[in-house]
Design a binder for this molecule. Structure first.
Ligand SMILES: *Cc1c(COP(=O)(O)O)cnc(C)c1O
Length: 427
């Protein structure tokens, strides 16, 4: 397997290489455990002296193949697949933070991640300082504390679609001897590879574009292998782990210290691993990821340009539009496209937006995004319906806001659907 293959080739081939007589397609290894001939062999596995499978909470051949594929796509040294994107985010921070530590995070992150940090992990005595997505270097510097152990952001924020200046975040994190953890769910490694811009750890909700068919919930953590964990800030990686007879991760696993610890410590203790069947489904999705992202982006660009010209639309937010304040950053970090999600306002506010959403025929109303089927959500009348217009404004969500996740159907049909729904709003 050549590391130099292009991303679309890696999507199809990375991670699984059958030997003579083995199945051409990645099989589902639906087994919790694995047989060995001697106690000694098994003992070496338990001591982490040999690589191999012994219990599927920590490693499974189907899951392993998908992890290798995602690591290859991001250009990392290793990957751990998890049961959800939320689990990946939690483990990525917990792997290097304990009670008393502090993290600086962008505030415009996925709502679930914000709750995890702001409430659940604060209750575990891990503190967070939140900064706005287009934070200045001075503001970011001011947020860093002596006990800061990580900086966290999203490459392209869900749902506000801010393109983050990853190089700026990485610069400040590295100046303080801590890693930058980036959620790369929306662009996927097809459109952005954060390690090229200084990120150290990447997390994913594979539930979104990577899967793309809305058939499994999953997550992934990828390690660039470039961060120096021996700078004194990360004793959990450089001091003996008593639960493995005094093993020191950085000594035993070198560049893969962080990702190995995430697996053998956190998957062992917390048990939020991917199921083999989900890994199989995710792998099928990954095979067509490059093709799908291209189509999602070209369709979304057409829809965004169409909406921008329509007088019944008050505003359009899509980083592929020249009018977007994030157009330049998108050109730098995601020159081939961003993602398929667009947000926009319908003239007439809450009632008009709800009527528009209900009038769509091709697009389905769901809470999900990044599916190959076009889907739509009007937050003010669904996920955020208990909020007043005033409270919505504070949350950065207009009462008129529609979030459209443009699928890979024929663009003519998507545009015709939008047009007929807009006609109904004004009828
Ligand atoms: C959906 C999402 C998550 C959470 O992932 P789950 O797989 O739903 O747990 C995290 N980050 C981003 C950017 C997301 O869109």
């Amino acid at each position: 397997m050549k590391e130099s293959y292009q991303p679309d080739t890696l999507c199809i081939h990375a991670g699984y290489h059958p030997k003579s007589g083995e199945p051409r397609v990645l099989p589902i290894v639906q087994s919790t455990t694995y047989c060995y001939d001697s106690a000694e062999e098994m003992g070496r596995l338990f001591n982490l002296e040999d690589e191999g499978y012994f219990y599927s909470r920590m490693a499974n051949p189907t899951v392993d193949a998908v992890e290798k594929k995602i690591a290859a796509l991001e250009g990392g040294v290793g990957c751990v697949a998890t049961s959800s994107g939320m689990a990946a985010i939690f483990l990525s921070v917990l792997n290097i933070c304990k009670a008393g530590d502090h993290v600086v995070s962008c505030n415009a992150i996925y709502g679930g991640a914000f709750n995890l940090f702001n409430k659940t992990m604060r209750d575990m005595d891990i503190d967070f300082t939140f900064v706005p997505p287009d934070v200045t270097e001075e503001q970011l510097e001011a947020a860093m504390k002596p006990n800061t152990r990580a900086v966290y952001c999203e490459t392209l924020t869900n749902p506000s679609l801010v393109v983050t200046d990853i190089e700026l975040y990485a610069k400040v994190a590295h100046a303080h001897g801590v890693p930058l953890i980036v959620d790369n769910t929306f662009p996927t490694p097809i459109n952005c590879r954060p390690f090229q811009f200084g990120a150290d750890i990447v997390v994913h909700s594979t539930t979104k574009y990577m899967d793309g068919h809305a058939v499994q919930v999953g997550g992934a953590i990828v390690d660039s292998g470039k961060f120096d964990w021996t700078n004194g800030n990360f004793p959990m990686l450089t001091e003996p782990d008593e639960s493995y007879h005094g093993l020191v991760y950085t000594k035993q696993f070198g560049k893969a210290a962080y990702i190995t610890k995430a697996r053998v410590h956190l998957l062992r203790d917390i048990g939020c691993q991917s199921a083999p069947e989900n890994a199989f489904l995710l792998n099928l999705g990954l095979e067509t990821l490059a093709l799908r992202m291209e189509r999602h982006c070209s369709n979304a660009q057409k829809v965004a340009e169409y909406l921008e010209k329509d007088s019944r639309i008050t505003w359009v937010n899509y980083p592929g539009l020249k009018s977007s304040p994030y157009y330049q950053l998108a050109q730098k970090y995601m020159p081939h496209g961003t993602c398929g999600v667009i947000s926009f306002g319908v003239k007439g506010g809450r009632a008009a937006a709800a009527k528009f959403m209900e009038s769509l025929q091709l697009a389905s109303m769901v809470v999900h995004v990044a599916d190959l089927r076009t889907c739509v959500l009007h937050p003010a009348s669904t996920t955020h319906r208990q909020l007043t217009d005033e409270q919505l404004k504070e949350a950065g969500i207009g009462a008129d806001m529609i979030r459209l996740s443009v699928g890979i159907e024929n663009p003519k049909d998507i545009l015709a659907d939008i047009q007929q729904a807009l006609d109904k709003v004004n009828a």
